[in-house]
Ligand binder design. Structure first.
Ligand SMILES: NC(=O)c1ccc[n+]([C@@H]2O[C@H](COP(=O)([O-])OP(=O)(O)OC[C@H]3O[C@@H](n4cnc5c(N)ncnc54)[C@H](O)[C@@H]3O)[C@@H](O)[C@H]2O)c1
Length: 322
């Protein structure tokens, strides 16, 4: 579990442990948290450090690799593209190489809906062209290509294109704790709770119904469940040949930034103070996924809608030390 100390990774670790597996987290802790590693050992180090990765593979002999480690900020990637290409794309090659050498049977990768760029259709299917409009998305598309190539060496992998992850585990031990936080729901909650002066909505003149960006939100617990299903699907493939498959993980429904802000206001009981700012470079006006493929191949259906995501995020944020 690379990036297992991070937001999504810690939720995947919990789901793995509940399913009887022992997740080994490999994380630099640059962005993740030691407190979030509760379901298995932690190996502190970098996926780009070949010697360290080799030692970890020899020590734990993983049958499965789930690769979530990476930098995640679209805005930062626009100003520091090399940082993203190096950490997300370049270093992933080291990990993929080790997975191939050690005969890993299933490799699952955290990709993103951002790889689609500007949508040509209302709902994005996996067959939609890939045309990243920011370096973060380019770095993720690059790893997908590397996995496609590694299939020729026998690696079986799945790239999971997440839409917007949100919410928190119902147990209350883990949740979203990015630093800096750039995601809409936690920022809107913090503004409603008076923990930040106001929320900046980036862009009000997009070609959408209300002028703000439209996104597809998926609960982190549903995302975690999809990882287990993807691992099971890869392990069940049988045969000796490699394969790389992609799956969208979203909800299939789009909400505008204004709609999310209204919903946070309703659920907190306090209107979210917000101001409209300029568009943010690298943002697509609309990213909403078709999840038919994950439904049919993985038997996955997201069970928790936007309100549950916001309620769970709210509970987690209220409990978080300020
Ligand atoms: N949060 C979302 O909505 C979303 C959407 C699409 C894709 N993703 C992808 O999902 C993954 C996890 O996202 P998250 O929100 O949990 O982010 P996060 O920042 O909470 O977790 C990422 C983790 O990776 C670790 N890391 C980064 N570079 C590393 C390296 N070189 N070696 C070892 N560890 C390293 C960080 O320390 C951190 O713990 C990322 O790859 C991200 O691109 C997230």
């Amino acid at each position: 579990m690379t990036g297992g100390a991070g937001y999504i990774g810690s939720h995947v670790c919990k789901a793995l442990a509940e399913a009887g597996a022992q997740p080994v987290c490999l994380d630099t802790l640059e962005k993740g948290h030691e407190w979030a590693v509760r379901w298995g050992p932690l190996e502190i180090g970098d996926i780009g450090d070949g010697r360290f990765v080799e030692e970890v593979f020899l020590r734990h002999r993983p049958k499965v690799v789930i690769h979530l480690a990476g930098y995640i900020e679209v805005g930062e990637s626009v100003t520091q593209p090399e940082k993203y290409m190096q950490n997300n794309a370049g270093k992933s090659r080291v990990l993929i190489g080790a997975a191939v050498r050690h005969g890993v049977q299933a490799f699952v990768f955290s990709s993103t809906c951002a790889v689609y760029g500007l949508p040509q259709t209302e709902q994005l299917a996996e067959t939609h062209r890939l045309a990243p409009i920011n370096p973060y998305a380019s770095s993720k598309a690059n790893v997908e290509r590397a996995l496609e190539a590694a299939a020729w060496q026998g690696l079986r992998s799945a790239s999971l294109r997440y839409f917007n992850a949100s919410g928190a585990d119902a147990g209350g031990l883990i949740g979203e704790a990015h630093e800096p936080e750039t995601h809409l729901i936690p920022l809107a909650i913090d503004a409603a709770l008076g923990r930040r002066p106001s929320l900046v909505v980036h862009g009000s003149d997009y070609p959408t119904a209300d002028g703000s960006c439209v996104r597809d939100y998926v609960h982190v617990t549903d995302l975690a469940d999809a990882h287990l299903r993807a691992v099971g699907w890869l392990l069940a493939l049988g045969g000796r040949s490699g394969r790389h498959e992609v799956f969208n993980l979203g909800s299939g429904t789009g909400y505008s930034v204004r709609e999310v802000v209204d919903c946070v206001g309703r659920l907190t009981g306090r209107p979210v103070p917000h101001v409209f700012g300029a568009r943010r470079p690298g943002d697509s006006p609309r990213l909403v996924g078709s999840i038919d493929k994950a439904r049919s191949a993985l038997g996955w259906t997201p069970a928790r809608g936007l309100e549950t995501q916001i309620e769970d995020a709210l509970r987690w944020r209220r409990a978080m030390a300020v």
